[in-house]
Design a protein around this ligand. Structure first.
Ligand SMILES: [Zn+2]
Length: 56
């Protein structure tokens, strides 16, 4: 019978979830570079849509 060692909390804590794809990311920002680019594209499109939308 073997006892499973619990995963050290530090190991779990060190994993940041990418806000874009919700996958663990080890980068300093916590976001994958490609996801950041994708997110920027989405934000740019949203901003453009807001700017183009008629007000009132
Ligand atoms: Zn990601």
């Amino acid at each position: 019978m073997s006892i499973k060692k619990p995963i050290p909390e530090r190991e779990v804590r060190g994993r940041r979830l990418c806000p874009v794809c919700k996958q663990p990311s080890y980068s300093a920002s916590g976001t994958h570079p490609q996801c950041m680019q994708r997110n920027n594209d989405i934000l740019a499109k949203k901003a453009a849509a807001l700017l183009l939308a008629p007000t009132g």
